[in-house]
Design a protein around this ligand. Structure first.
Ligand code: HSE
Length: 315
């Protein structure tokens, strides 16, 4: 196996999974928010996580999503007998709903792949990273790891076997996030879901998934807006997010194309046509939440189009 270098620092973006109608299948990568991982190859086999800053998460390899994803990579990398040491700067709060575990899992396997001369393609890396997701949420889904790895917007057509398609993302599309400072574990937010749905809701939901993907490819913002609807998951999960309906009204009144839960929450997101509307929607979301006694953080910006990338360790 050809090693390019022994050390690498990577930026792995936060992501919005589901995009309302596409539960467990659609996802979008955010520009400007992400975890930073420092990786160094070691002669000793295995993954050792030596430091985590920014969040209180376990260092033990088998209790850390990056550790599990890294082990899945190393087990498959039969031409390499060493291991990797990782330091993680968590800049995405765990349990925030913007793909915190996926960023660390995907960042680890992407970084390892670079260090070892790219023995694997992105679909393989998605499979390794999904193993980390299984620890975080109790279910191996790829709707966060896919956009983190590929950038832009992705569709997970199938998880087993993993089949990821890139979806066209119009240049003007911007995203807003409001993160209420409460923790909602994905595993808990999945437990509240019903396991069967009436056919009529299925029809409505897959009409919206098709509409959203078509709207993105044709840059039809009216169709995108009409399709950003979730009649299955959101009615249940939105009850766990204080002020959800108020936030939706504020986002839509300020010109958002659509509004919904980011991943499994508690963060909420809005998509907009253009940066100015994103700024206005973000302001409106903050103003609406000021009336609710829960601290929050806001983010708005364009879509990340390149996925994970290497950075200078001092940035
Ligand atoms: N699709 C997942 C969910 C994303 O909504 O549970 C969260 O990781």
């Amino acid at each position: 196996m050809k090693m390019k270098t022994e050390k690498l620092t990577v930026f792995a973006p936060a992501t919005i999974a589901n995009l309302s109608c596409g539960f467990d299948v659609l996802g979008l990568a955010l520009d400007g928010i992400g975890d930073i991982l420092h990786l160094e190859l070691t002669p000793e086999p295995g993954v050792s996580i030596t430091r985590v800053t920014g969040a209180d998460i376990p260092l033990e390899t088998d209790r850390n999503v990056a550790g599990i994803a890294g082990m899945a990579f190393l087990e498959a990398a039969t031409g390499y007998s060493g291991g990797v040491r990782i330091e993680i700067e968590k800049r995405i709060a765990p349990g925030s709903g913007i793909g915190s575990s996926a960023a660390s899992s995907a960042g680890t396997v992407w970084g390892l792949n670079q260090l070892l001369g790219e023995p694997f393609g992105l679909p393989d890396l998605g499979g390794f990273a999904m193993k980390g997701e299984a620890l975080a949420s109790g279910a191996a889904h790829a709707d966060n790891v896919a956009p983190a790895l590929y950038g832009g917007i992705t569709l997970v057509r199938s998880s087993h076997p993993l089949d990821i398609a890139r979806v066209h993302c119009p240049e003007a599309l911007h995203a807003c996030i409001l993160h209420p400072q409460i923790e909602l574990k994905t595993s808990d937010a999945r437990k509240v879901l019903r396991t069967s749905i009436p056919l009529s809701k299925g029809i409505r939901q897959w009409g919206n998934v098709g509409g959203l993907v078509t709207g993105l490819f044709t840059e039809d913002f009216g169709l995108i807006s009409r399709s950003l609807e979730d009649c299955i998951i959101e009615p249940v999960r939105s009850l766990l997010i204080p002020g959800f309906d108020t936030l939706r009204e504020a986002a839509l009144a300020a010109g958002a194309l659509g509004f919904g839960i980011s991943g499994s929450g508690p963060s909420v997101y809005a998509l907009t046509h253009g940066a100015d509307t994103a700024e206005a929607v973000s302001r409106a979301l903050g103003k609406a939440y000021d009336a609710i006694d829960i601290p929050y953080t806001l983010h708005h910006g364009p879509v990340n189009r390149r996925g994970i990338y290497s950075i200078n360790p001092n940035t």
